[in-house]
Ligand binder design. Structure first.
Ligand SMILES: C[S@@+](CC[C@H](N)C(=O)[O-])C[C@H]1O[C@@H](n2cnc3c(N)ncnc32)[C@H](O)[C@@H]1O
Length: 238
């Protein structure tokens, strides 16, 4: 009887060892696979931090963005056509300022669309909220963002315009990587800026293209119709 109990105990140990050998590697492989899965907004690496000069974010009078000739000079309708901004679309205006572009995009997308007015400046956010109310727009949502994060929901945006703002973005590559995660499939990002060295309220197009590529975007189009003096450029990325 004693021998039988000892044999049974030995058999149990043996079965336990066989079970552990067969199933434990599978369990650890599964745990590693889950940990290695990509995250929607990967952590910034040291190479993503900018080392070039950027401009101080504008904090002055907002009326300068409301010039009566601006829509005509910028050909803003042509800009919106190229970005595919139409009925029911979701658009983000990053660095929205007075909301000049926000309200134009809001008219285009209609009541079933939405425009995110993204700003790091709380006073400008308050201004856009008042403006949206007084002009009767219920499809504008203001977003108080961070210098390195547009704070937009994942997979939510069809088109973005970054108008005279890119040169002010303190951490462009980190912000654009986060923006990439906010884009819907086929979404487009437009950047209008002027030539410069980063610190003088402009930045050369080649640097913008290089940084956008680093953030995972591909250049889709390059235009110079947005200003007759040839200082401004309009880039489209997807
Ligand atoms: C020169 S203004 C242009 C305003 C507007 N886009 C226009 O052209 O009418 C730049 C705006 O970008 C905002 N800004 C700067 N850095 C930003 C960032 N990282 N994210 C969002 N907004 C930013 C500033 O607060 C400022 O209102």
């Amino acid at each position: 009887m004693k021998k039988f109990v000892v044999a049974l105990f030995g058999l149990k140990i043996w079965l336990l060892l066989v079970f552990a050998t067969l199933f434990f590697p599978a369990y650890t492989a599964e745990a590693e696979r889950i940990e290695a899965a990509p995250t929607p907004t990967p952590a910034a690496t040291a190479a993503d931090k900018t080392t070039r000069k950027t401009s101080e974010p504008y904090t002055g009078d907002l009326s300068i963005f409301e010039d009566a000739e601006r829509a005509k000079n910028l050909q803003i309708d042509r800009v919106m056509d190229l970005l595919g901004i139409g009925e029911k679309k979701t658009v983000a205006d990053i660095g929205a300022g007075s909301g000049w572009f926000t309200v134009r995009a809001a008219k285009r997308v209609g009541n079933e669309g939405q425009v995110f007015a993204v700003e790091i400046n709380q006073e400008f956010i308050d201004h856009i909220n008042k403006r949206a109310k007084s002009e009767g727009f219920s499809n504008i949502k203001t977003v108080l963002s961070k210098p390195d994060d547009p704070m937009l929901p994942a997979n939510s945006v069809d088109a973005v315009l970054i108008l005279k703002t890119y040169h002010e973005i303190a951490e462009p590559v980190i912000l654009m990587k986060k923006l990439k995660a906010a884009m819907r499939k086929g979404g487009l990002v437009g950047i209008i800026d002027r030539d410069g060295n980063g610190a003088d309220h402009g930045l050369d197009a080649a640097t913008v293209i290089r940084e956008m590529k680093q953030a995972g975007f591909a250049l889709k189009g390059q235009y110079d119709f947005v200003k007759p003096d040839n200082m401004d450029y309009f880039l489209i990325f997807e």
